[in-house]
Structures are given as structure tokens and as C-alpha cells.
Design a binder for this molecule. Structure first.
Ligand code: SF4
Length: 337
């Protein structure tokens, strides 16, 4: 988990200089950065007053990173959520991530700045369908284990044997004694895991609309013009896209790779927020984008984050039965990874 270093205490002018490196003249003007500056100051004041922390996913808007206590991928944020000492967690990410924070911190107040921030992948499975499919498959494969990606709702997690993230999926599957695995819900990640294990993976038919729409032609076009770039792709991408990658990594895996690699130019194949983070954190390196925006991630704004803290609104609540079931699956993931 990486504490935010860049951006603490910037003046409005420094903020503009920082964010204008993204070359987005519509979103980042001197006026918008002056407004962000005011909001950042107020969020920091409220964080102290409420004893709150802000956890932000790698795909969030870059101005949100300025108020985040931690930025990371799903696994890092889930781990971080177990170590939070504050009374309030403001989760700048999507709904299932805020639920995960609540599952692991039942005594804390967890806020999501905009309740519309969902996820196409999480929506592709519900607890009832999963229970039915599990029962059906267990008549054929009595040893079947259900491994569920963290990008799912709490009640789906509660129906599962163990959770996983994109960075530990292969490790979790291989650590289980079971030979047959129902992998829920991302079909692309399931296919990637199948390539890396000799177990039998039975896939759900969900996908992330952001990664699924990236095509091999887009990668090939960049590779043709810039053959020296390192191609880093997220395992939620299609198999024909992953086949062109130099490395298949979670978002934080990409951050580490880019920082540690001797290469200086990279093609980042995931949601655009990660490329923005890398552009801002590693200005000495070049990052090309074959990326798509996640409409859900981008629903969270600095203004909504401020209002969420000011009004303590959009609190995540869960029934204790579902919370306990989901916590069991998440804790097993931590044990196995
Ligand atoms: S990028 Fe895909 S998996 Fe992540 S929140 Fe958006 S829709 Fe869901």
C-alpha cells in the first residue's frame, strides 16, 4: 500500500502545474484547479474533525489522489481496510469495494460518495444464481470449490468458498485442495487462470465491459509503430489481447513493474486512471494508453467526496449474516495468499 506523497499541500498553481501534465485542457484549467484546491482543504479539515481516512482505487480521478490516505488495487485496499484505525472510511472506488471495507470493519462507518458507482462485472452474478449453479455442479463434481473475484457483491461473496483478486487468483486456485473450481464471475480472468493451473476451471460468463472492449488490433497498431514499448495488460482483458502482452499484471503490479523496470516506455492496457497515475508519479518515463474509461469509477468526484464527509452520507450497511459469510471468504483469501 502506497501512501500518497505527491500533492500534499500544493498551492492552486502547483496543483494546476501537476494536473495539466495530463494534457486534458477541459478538466484541468486554472479555474478548475483553484476549485479543487478549496475542496481539498475542506476535505482535509473534515478528515481531522471526523477521524476519517480516504481509500482510493487506482482508477480514480487524479484530483482524488490528492486527498487519499492510500491508493491501491482491490487486494491492497482490502488489506488496508483491515488496518484502518480511523472511525470513518470514505471509499473512493465502486460499491463492492466499499462493501468489502464494511465487511472487514463492521464497527466503522463506511461511506461511498456516490451510490450509483456500481460495476458491470459485479452485476453479472447474483447470489441466487450462484447458489443454483453451485448445487448443479456439485452433483457432477463433489469436490467443487467456488472461487469468487472480489469484484462481486457481499451476498455473492457469502455464497463462495474463497475470494481472490487479479493479483492472487492463480495462487488461491493452486493453494486449494479441490481439483474443480467454479470461477466467478470474470470469464477472461478465468481463462487466464486456466492457462496457469492444471486444475479444471469452470467459468461464469461475466466480464468487465471496460477491459472486454479492448481489442488486439489496438495493441498491434501501437506495437507496429513503437516496437520497443513494454506492453502491460490486466488479466480482465480478452485472451487475444493478453497474448500480445509482455506482462499480465494487476494495476498495482503495473505500478511496481513500471517503477522497477529499466524500460522507459510502456503501453498500459487497462482503465485510463492507472495511466494517469503513472504519468503523474513517473514523469521521467513515457506511458501510452490503450485504455477505456470506467463510467462507474469516474462517477466519484472530489465534490461528492467532500459532501459525503460533510453530511456523512451514503453509508454502506449489510445484514450481519451476509457480512459474516462474506468475511469468511475474504479472510480465507488472506490466509491463502
Ligand atoms: S473497471 Fe470494470 S471491473 Fe472495474 S469497476 Fe469498472 S466495470 Fe467494474
Amino acid at each position: 500500500m502506497e501512501p500518497i506523497l505527491a500533492g500534499q499541500g500544493k498551492t492552486p498553481e502547483q496543483l494546476y502545474e501537476h494536473l495539466s501534465r495530463l494534457e486534458d485542457p477541459v478538466s484541468y484549467t486554472p479555474e478548475s484547479c483553484a476549485r479543487f484546491y478549496e475542496q481539498i482543504q475542506e476535505i482535509r479539515r473534515l478528515k481531522r474533525e471526523r477521524n476519517a481516512v480516504v481509500l482510493a482505487h487506482n482508477y480514480q480521478r487524479p484530483e482524488i489522489f490528492e486527498v487519499a490516505d492510500f491508493i491501491g488495487d482491490s487486494l491492497e485496499l482490502a488489506r488496508q481496510a483491515t488496518q484502518v484505525i480511523a472511525d470513518v472510511i470514505v471509499f473512493c472506488g465502486v460499491h463492492f469495494m466499499a462493501e468489502t471495507a464494511k465487511i472487514l470493519n463492521p464497527e466503522k462507518t463506511v461511506l461511498l460518495p456516490d451510490l450509483r458507482a456500481g460495476c458491470s462485472l459485479a452485476d453479472s452474478v447474483d447470489a441466487e444464481s450462484l447458489a443454483d449453479r453451485k448445487e448443479e455442479l456439485r452433483t457432477l463434481y463433489p469436490d467443487l470449490a467456488v472461487v469468487t473475484y472480489v469484484n462481486t457483491t457481499a451476498d455473492v461473496k457469502a455464497e463462495s468458498d474463497v475470494c481472490c483478486t487479479s493479483s492472487n487468483a492463480v495462487k488461491i486456485v493452486n493453494a486449494l485442495p479441490n481439483r474443480h473450481i467454479l470461477f466467478v464471475p470474470d470469464e477472461n480472468l478465468a481463462r487466464y487462470v486456466q492457462q496457469e493451473t492444471d486444475k479444471t476451471i469452470i467459468s461464469w460468463d461475466g466480464n468487465c465491459y471496460v477491459h472486454h472492449q479492448i481489442t488486439p488490433d489496438q495493441i498491434a497498431a501501437v506495437k507496429k509503430n513503437l516496437p520497443h514499448v513494454k506492453i502491460l495488460a490486466h488479466p480482465e482483458c480478452r485472451a487475444d489481447v493478453l497474448g500480445l502482452a509482455d506482462a499480465v499484471l494487476s494495476t498495482s503490479g503495473m505500478v511496481r513493474y513500471a517503477k522497477e523496470s529499466e524500460a522507459s516506455e510502456f503501453l498500459i492496457v487497462t482503465e485510463c486512471g492507472l495511466s494517469d497515475r503513472l504519468l503523474l508519479e513517473l514523469p521521467e518515463k513515457k506511458f501510452y494508453k490503450v485504455c477505456k474509461l470506467c463510467q462507474y469509477m469516474k462517477m466519484i468526484t472530489l465534490g461528492d467526496t467532500l459532501e459525503s464527509l460533510r453530511l456523512m452520507r451514503h453509508e454502506i450497511t449489510l445484514s450481519e449474516e451476509v457480512r459474516r459469510g462474506a468475511e469468511r471468504a475474504l479472510r480465507r483469501m488472506f490466509e491463502l495468499s
